[in-house]
Structures are given as C-alpha cells and as structure tokens.
Design a protein. Structure first.
Length: 291
C-alpha cells in the first residue's frame, strides 16, 4: 500500500463514517455554494451569517422537545429562520431602521435565546453539537434530508435562474418590468434558510454559512460570469470538504472547523494568486505604468 493511498484514499475506503461524512459534505457543497455566489453578488454575505445564527432557537426548541432528532430540529430551524427574516424585514420597512441593523439585532437575540434553550436541558456536549455540528455522525436520515434540500435548490435555481441573475444586477429594474421581482427575492431567501438548515446538520449553526460563502468568495477571484463562478465554487467546496475531512482524520481535529479552515486557505490563495487577485492586479498595474 503506497503512502499516497494510505493518506488520501484509505480513510474513505476503510471507514463507513468517513464515507457518510464525505457524501453529506459534497451534497451540501452542490446546493450551498451556488446560493453563496448569489448572496455574494447581492452583497448580502453578512445576511447569510445572520440567518445561520437565526435558526438556532428553532433547532434548540426541537432539541428540547425531542432530543437530537433531525426532523424536529430541522422544522424548528426553518420556522425560526422564517420568523427572523420576516421580522427583520418588517422592522426595516415600517421603521427608520435599516435592514442590516434590524437583521443584526434579531440574529443576536436569536443566538442568545438558542444557547440558553440548549443549556437548559443539554450538556456542554449537546451545545457543541448544535453549534458546531457532527459531520462524522451523519446518518441515513440526515443524508436523505440534505439530498432533498439539494434537489429543491437545484430545481429552484434552474427555474428562477434568469430572475436571480437579473436581481443581482438591478433589482429595481426587474421589479419594474416583471412581476417576478418580489417572488424571486423570497424564493432566494427561502433557499438560503433551507441550505443553512441542511448545513446545520453537519457543520452546526456557527459554521454552516462557511461552506456557503468561502468557496463563493474564492471563486469571485477566478471568474467573472455567474455560471462559471457557481461551478468553480462547487469545485472549491468539494476540495475543501475532502481536504478538511482528511485533515480531521489524520490530525485528530474537529471535522467541521477543519472543512471551513480548508476553504479559508483556498480563499486566501485566491486573494493572492487568482486571475482577479491582488498579485495579478499589481502586475497589470506595473505593466501599465511601464508601457
């Protein structure tokens, strides 16, 4: 057995939990990374982070009632995410406060309430499970749930693709020429919440947004068109999941943070060496000065 096989392939061949973790994380990348691209293009990256924290009270309510059962925690997370999104939108619409400030207020309250709810009944281990996920403990029920979310996400993106791209470029123009403006916005917010809930199963509420945003942000330094950007973001997500799981296995590190750390490394490499990165821009600038 070669060293490369033992390091790169053997963990996924020999252990069923590694196979499930790999399959689940790759599924998450397929659905979450394209959604992250649209979040980034809409300049709503921090909204994704806020929504990731907003699902915690609902997941905690499901935990208090049924324990670490996937379906109740998922339904609770969806309800909590919808309430926070609608509440923040209502505050920004009917008061002088802007949406980013109202979203920040709602998600901070949600995070505090969720942590208190889990602490009321569970141990510190349960709290860590909810906050940081357990990608190495994914079961068949969780994989089916994540697979269903991916199917819904891809179908919705395919159906609303032109509207989503148009809203990224000029949302006011889209609403003026088409009735799809508002529905597309709410469909997109629904996809964000849905993928964050799916990511919560594997990466927890604090890290689920990482797999959504970091590959998308890295892809921005390599591509200019939306379609290649989405494909590249998924590829970066794949690479991050594989590298993170291998790092977790060989170095005995927490798997969720290892995956997000791997995505962070790709992001910094892209910042420096991407075709639209810092070094490339500096080289082009120097050539223009010497020309």
């Amino acid at each position: 057995m070669s060293a490369a096989y033992a390091f790169l392939i053997a963990p996924f061949v020999d252990f069923a939990f590694m196979q499930r973790a790999l399959f689940g994380s790759l599924l998450l990348s397929i659905g979450a990374c394209p959604v992250g691209v649209f979040l980034m293009l809409r300049r709503m990256s921090l909204t994704g982070d806020a929504m990731a924290h907003a699902i915690l009270p609902g997941a905690a309510a499901g935990f208090l009632l049924y324990g670490l059962e996937i379906l109740p925690m998922t339904v609770g997370g969806l309800i909590a995410g919808a309430i926070v999104a609608l509440g923040a939108g209502a505050v920004s619409r009917f008061t002088i406060q802007r949406e980013d400030a109202s979203m920040a207020a709602f998600y901070l309250i949600s995070l505090a309430v969720g942590v208190l709810m889990v602490s009321m009944r569970g141990s510190s281990v349960d709290l860590m499970h909810v906050l940081f996920g357990t990608v190495l403990a994914l079961n068949d029920e969780a994989l089916v749930l994540i697979g269903g979310i991916v199917v819904v996400t891809l179908a919705s993106l395919a159906f609303f693709w032109r509207g989503l791209v148009a809203e990224c470029l000029d949302p006011l123009f889209l609403r003026s020429v088409s009735r799809l403006g508002s529905p597309v916005h709410f469909v997109f917010l629904g996809l964000v919440v849905l993928n964050l809930v799916g990511g919560f199963q594997a990466l927890g509420t604090l890290l689920s947004v990482g797999l959504m945003m970091l590959p998308a942000a890295a892809a921005r330094f390599w591509a200019t068109r939306v379609e290649p950007m989405c494909v590249l973001a998924v590829a970066i997500g794949f690479a991050s999941c594989i590298a993170g799981l291998l790092l977790s296995y060989h170095a005995s590190l927490p798997s969720g943070p290892a995956i997000i750390l791997a995505a962070g490394v790709v992001y910094f490499i892209s910042v420096l060496f991407g075709t639209r990165g810092a070094l490339r821009a500096r080289i082009v600038h120097q050539r223009h000065r010497t020309a």
